[in-house]
Design a protein around this ligand. Structure first.
Ligand SMILES: [Zn+2]
Ligand SMILES: [Zn+2]
Length: 261
């Protein structure tokens, strides 16, 4: 694939929009907010899921995927994340109470377990399926991260959910091969307290954050809007001129090319 595809872009589920889910190569996705609906019969092509954190809107299809894979697949579904995220999956999802412990259940007729949880280290690049993913810590939950997604030496930075986070802007300064930023904005600007408490951004907070950015060549795209406030957030983003260099509010099905030249 010469592009990444946004399969789910909402900050909440609606009848027409899934939650965070990005296909970054043929067999690899970031987050699992909208896999089942998007892949349909092709769901068994998914081999690798890199998680940004363990909030429900980012992991919701993983239990159903494991349920499908246990009788149909030959090799484990590999799920990657920082340690705290994987610990949450073990403790709160695959705990034999909410859902079976598919980390210990063997694929029917094979030797691999149904899922394999693989811990990532921040700032270490991982090569998989022809791309490189580098997780970096964000300011959202314990274990939350964004990813630099690179193919053929060009990159896209995807923050996923975050509040104010210096590291985003340091990475953009240091990595001049990154041409596109996909960042979250969840609430309108007058929800500053809720944004602080739930560790999300608003247009006003993004404007403040952008003062840390020393580059003017980055395409700035926004994701994870809470659907109830879409119109207000869109107006504020436009008033503050935040959607820079052909940036836009991403919707399900949108694509961004790895190579934009
Ligand atoms: Zn979250
Ligand atoms: Zn979220």
């Amino acid at each position: 694939m010469d592009y990444i595809e946004f399969l789910g872009t909402g900050g909440t589920r609606t009848p027409t929009q899934g939650t965070t889910c990005v296909r970054v190569s043929e067999h690899c996705v970031i987050d699992a907010g909208n896999l089942i609906n998007s892949f349909g019969d092709d769901v068994f092509t998914i081999e690798h899921i890199f998680l940004t954190h363990s909030h429900l809107d980012h992991i919701i299809d993983i239990p159903f995927l494991a349920d499908l894979f246990v009788t149909q697949q030959k090799i484990s579904l590999k799920i990657y994340g920082l340690k705290a995220t994987l610990d949450d999956l073990r403790q709160f999802i695959f705990n034999q109470r909410v859902w079976p412990n598919f980390e210990e259940i063997t694929l029917l007729g094979h030797t691999d377990k149904t899922i394999e949880l693989i811990a990532l280290e921040p700032e270490i690049p991982y090569s998989v399926d022809g791309i490189t993913l580098t997780p970096f810590k964000t300011n959202h939950t314990e274990g939350s991260c964004g990813y630099i997604i690179e193919k053929n030496d060009v990159g896209i930075l995807f923050t996923a959910d975050t509040y104010k986070c210096d590291r985003i802007w340091e990475l953009l300064d240091a990595r001049t091969n990154i041409h596109t930023l996909v960042i979250e904005v969840s609430f309108p600007s007058n929800f500053a307290q809720l944004a602080h408490d739930s560790k999300h951004l608003t247009p006003a907070l993004l404007l403040e954050e952008l003062k840390k950015c020393h580059r003017d060549d980055i395409s700035l795209n926004v994701i994870h809007l809470k659907a109830l406030f879409y119109t207000t957030i869109l107006r504020e983003l436009n008033e503050l001129q935040l959607l820079r260099n052909n940036g836009r509010i991403l919707v399900d099905g949108d694509r961004i090319n790895y190579n934009i030249s």
